[in-house]
Write a protein that binds this ligand. Sequence first.
Ligand SMILES: N[C@@H](CCC[C@H](N)C(=O)O)C(=O)O
Length: 284
Amino acid sequence: MKFTKMHGAGNDYVYVDCFNQTIPDNVAELARKISHRHFGVGGDGLICIRPSDVADARMQMLNADGSESEMCGNGIRCVAKFAYDHNLARKKSMRIETGAGVLDLELSTGDDDLVHEVTVDMGAPELEAAKIPTTLTDSGRVVDHAVEFDGHQFNVTCVSMGNPHCVIFVEKATDELVLGLGPKIENDPRFPHRINVEFIEVISPTEVRQRTWERGSGETWACGTGASAVCVAGVLTGRTERTILNHLLGGDLTLQWDEASDHVKMTGGATEVFSGDWDESLDA
Ligand SMILES: N[C@@H](CCC[C@H](N)C(=O)O)C(=O)O
């Protein structure tokens, strides 16, 4: 099976072209094995680029633990780059089907005619607690909601960008918070589908710094759906403006929550790192 390793802002996945090859049926097991950083290719998960009946391609996204997510913001930019550069869809305006619907993307190419930056229309955020889902409240939104996790008191804002996010604004996004509390919040029963957790330092009304604990993958160097949720949470809590620059561990993303359309737009890089062949029979 041919694969390509790509990253968006350091959020790295193993991508497989399912237009031109068949891959093993058990994609959850494949995701677990291929994502392993010591025994596999290594990555935050596996992304299958599949043909679609309704769009230019379909993204199937699996976390490193084999669980499937509805959406991946950094992944979808890389899928668009792969589709353009590898002639699956040679278009600078592209539509990609995800578990959260069909999204529109705009691709920017360099002098080399390779894609370097992609803007994704991430759609409208879902703020209704039951639809995120979270039981932190019986009805309505969870915005700057006081809650205790493991004996620590926080104010949290929950947003779905197709997948669930819990945004927590903090003075300093320390290892203790991200690595210590991240997994506890991910698996807290008040998030029935588990949750992605974003720890955010506000630098100014237009600039933030993000660290992420991802559902199913642990700490990642970036999370595009998370960055979009942060943009929304910043506006809802009065901390930031509608357009922000978000510094993640592996790079920067620009986010804009448009008032008229209610849609969030995200712009960032997409990078191909290397390609190879994965031979299941070599697996010990
Ligand atoms: N890194 C991604 C999100 C990947 C899925 C997430 N871990 C989940 O389970 O929802 C992004 O860039 O959005």
